[in-house]
Design a protein around this ligand. Structure first.
Ligand code: PLP
Length: 461
């Protein structure tokens, strides 16, 4: 760790003693003191007291401009008035029945009106719906194997807990990555059923189909890889995946858990003009409440409709979260809102680019819809192997320096990205950029110093 980074960490600790204490207490009862592994980072995470609009406060009373927004689940921002109103009204008339109530049809109608699908089933988290989407693909095709992208994250279940963050020495040939199980406890055989391809590489996908004829049920892809910061598909790449999956009789599943409620009115399907067989939605479609969905054509969903495939859940279509999601679709995720947020995000991305250039940083910023990221890498990241070489120390320096000046630029970890919400303003974006401009010279100096003593970056852990 170099001195400028050390100094930012010390400042962080000085500003946040209550978070430190809260975390130390939580560690006694909650593994690593957090409810989801991603939320932990050293020396300890910020503990939050409240949030409204584009801002949150930590338990020490520090205010932050929030671009974490719960890992991109809050295109609506905090406590959006339309969502709050819908939830408050719904709370008074019953919270949970485990029986149909009509809102599921209304919400399914909203989804089918903007995505190229005809039927919808709901769940509570992205993990749940990617799991069921895979089961659906297996049920429809009668096949077992799956192709996912190296570095792709689709939740916590076994089938996709493969090659999420594989390391050098494990991950093999970049053209033909070795599937690497990413957690203890995942059945070893999982890696045999989950094949791994590099993103933005159609020949590598075709090779997998040729090597496993009639065995592959589905290809699952996040249209913009947002678990390696921000990695756009090459022109025509998603269309190429569409063609290959059709050619080899597999289901094309697009994981729109992040893009669905943030990239465009009709998600990545609309943005990239592509029609997958199954889509998965989550995060921002709930406006701050836990809802997710998988959706497909009537033909594909027939296996559930004729009760050959099982999908169930006590909390599915909870009326409170359905009310929140309906209000979100109707009053938050509007075409006007996407234009507004997209405009702010464009300003943020181009502002970053200008500052990067002026400071002489070896980095670049990219974004689309409500999301973007700063990546300490000399050119556009095209796949996991590129992202693997992002300079994590400089990134850590950036993140803490921004936090110490009141900007939560994105969730912690350099595989994440920022989100802009409908409640962010032009002034928020200017404030964010002003702080980045303030710290950029120190980042450039640290980068230059490190270049003289070693290679660019270390590897992500
Ligand atoms: C693309 C993608 N799919 C699925 C998931 C899993 O969603 P959840 O955390 O709601 O289970 C995530 C979570 O970050 C994600 O980014």
């Amino acid at each position: 760790m170099y001195p400028a980074l050390q100094k930012e960490l010390e400042t962080y600790q000085k500003r946040t003693p209550e978070s430190h204490e809260a975390h130390a207490r939580a560690m006694a009862r909650v593994p690593i003191g957090v409810g989801s592994n991603y939320r932990y980072y050293p020396p300890y995470p910020l503990f939050v007291s409240d949030g409204k609009g584009s801002r949150i406060h930590d338990v020490d009373g520090n205010e932050y401009l929030d671009h974490n927004l719960c890992y991109g689940a809050l295109f609506a921002g905090h406590c959006h008035p339309a969502v709050m109103k819908a939830v408050e009204e719904r709370l008074r008339i019953g919270t949970l029945f485990g029986m149909p109530h009509g809102l599921e049809l209304e919400l399914a109608d909203e989804i089918c009106a903007r995505f190229p699908v005809e039927m919808v089933r709901f769940g509570n988290s992205g993990s749940e719906v990617t799991m069921h989407a895979l089961r659906l693909a297996r049920a429809v095709t009668g096949r077992g194997k799956l192709i996912k992208m190296e570095g792709g994250y689709h939740g916590g279940h076994d089938a996709i807990s493969v090659s999420v963050k594989p390391k050098e020495g494990q991950f093999g040939d970049p053209e033909h990555p070795t599937p690497v199980v990413s957690s203890l406890g995942v059945l070893k055989g999982t890696a045999d059923a989950t094949l791994v391809a590099p993103f933005n590489n159609l020949p590598a996908v075709e090779r997998l189909f040729e090597e496993h004829p009639n065995e592959i049920a589905a290809l699952l892809v996040e249209p913009i890889m947002m678990n390696i910061a921000f990695c756009m598909p090459d022109e025509g790449y998603l269309q190429g995946l569409r063609e290959l999956t059709s050619k080899y009789g597999a289901m094309f599943i697009m994981d729109e858990v992040k893009t669905g409620g943030k990239l465009a009115y009709g998600g990545a399907c609309e943005y990239f003009s592509v029609k997958p067989d199954i889509i998965c939605l989550g995060k921002s479609i709930g406006g701050g409440f836990s809802i997710a969905a998988f959706a497909a054509s009537r033909d594909v969903m027939a296996v559930i409709a004729n009760q050959k495939m099982f999908h169930a859940g006590t909390y599915n279509t909870n009326p409170v979260v359905m009310a929140a999601s309906l209000a979100t679709f109707r009053e938050v995720l509007t075409r006007e809102a996407f234009a507004y947020v997209g405009g702010l995000n464009d300003k943020l991305v181009s502002g970053y680019q200008t500052i990067i250039k002026k400071a002489g940083l070896i980095a670049y910023a990219d974004g689309a819809g409500a999301n973007g990221a700063l990546m300490f890498y000399p050119q556009r990241v095209r796949n996991y192997r590129d992202w693997y070489h992002v300079d994590e120390d400089i990134w850590t320096h950036y993140w803490f320096a921004m936090v110490n000046r009141g900007i939560l630029a994105q969730p912690y970890w350099w595989d994440e990205q920022w989100t802009v919400s409908v409640q962010h303003t032009e002034a928020d974006i200017q404030e964010h950029l002003q702080v980045f401009a303030e710290i950029a010279p120190a980042l450039a100096a640290a980068q230059e110093e490190r270049m003289t003593v070693g290679p660019l970056g270390t590897h992500a852990s």
